[in-house]
Write a protein that binds this ligand. Structure first.
Ligand code: AP5
Ligand code: MG
Ligand code: ZN
Length: 215
């Protein structure tokens, strides 16, 4: 099963991917998580992308596409994957289609998590991420059992660099301008499914599980 997850910043892509991948035996590939890991480890890729992610701007396509192309060649992707945060421009979607075509494969679904923009800032500003396993929490909507400590691995939680209100505005603009047109792109392929991301985390998860089970 090969899924693309679409939706504005804070819609719940990472939260839902974490919850759903085990059930379907597929891997979660988040380009944002890969960039953050590289920034933390000061790798050449991390140094290259930091200035973009910190400002809420998209990283240039050539950097992102070659990184994803490499990741998709790894063995664990054979069982299927959920792409979270990629593609994010029409050009990235075209490049992904080329990679899939070459391998005689295709996407099963472009899953769009919809959400009212007015709610997103509150979600993003209250988000906390685990330093160890990248699990996502929210200070109000999905708090860990012990404040600032990950339930899953016991590591400390932190706030993302780009989760400041001013940067969120830029990220939403980038989404509107460059990523939202992908919904139409995948509509033309007949693979779009929409989920109301304003429900509770568990209700969204149930809707997604139902959609994927019916594919
Ligand atoms: P990325 O990491 O992909 O960030 P994003 O798209 O802005 O999305 P988020 O991770 O902010 O939101 P999400 O939908 O995953 O929400 P979450 O589940 O965490 O990208 C970061 C940056 O990397 C980009 O700005 C760009 O610079 C670069 N980048 C990445 N990919 C790229 C690409 N392909 N091309 C170019 N550049 C790229 O949930 C948010 C919060 O809400 C959490 O606290 C959660 O607990 C809470 N929550 C979730 N669901 C619910 C619910 N139903 N009710 C209440 N609270 C909820
Ligand atoms: Mg995310
Ligand atoms: Zn953890």
């Amino acid at each position: 099963m090969k899924i693309v997850l679409l939706g504005p910043p804070g819609a719940g892509k990472g939260t839902q991917a974490e919850a759903i991948i085990k059930r379907f035996g597929i891997v979660h590939i988040s380009t944002g998580d890969i960039f953050r890991k590289n920034i933390k480890e000061n790798t050449p890729l991390g140094l290259k992308v930091k200035e973009y992610t910190q400002k809420g701007l998209l990283v240039p396509d050539e950097v992102t596409v070659s990184m994803v192309a490499q990741r998709l060649e790894e063995d664990d992707c054979k069982a299927g994957y959920m792409l979270d945060g990629f593609p994010r421009t029409i050009n990235q979607a075209v490049e992904l289609d080329k990679i899939l075509n070459k391998a005689g494969e295709k996407l099963d679904c472009a899953l769009v998590i919809t959400a009212d923009y007015a709610k997103l800032t509150e979600r993003i500003v209250g988000r906390r991420i685990c330093k160890g396993c990248a699990a996502t929490y929210h200070v109000t909507f999905n708090p860990p059992q012990k404040q600032d400590v990950c339930d899953k691995c016991g590591s400390e939680l932190y706030q993302r660099d780009d989760d400041k209100e001013a940067t969120v505005v830029k990220r939403l603009e980038e989404y509107d301008e460059k990523t939202a047109p992908l919904i139409d792109y995948y509509e033309k392929q007949g693979i779009v499914k929409k989920v109301d991301g304003q429900q509770s985390i568990s209700a969204v998860e149930k809707d997604i599980a139902d959609i994927l089970s019916a594919l």
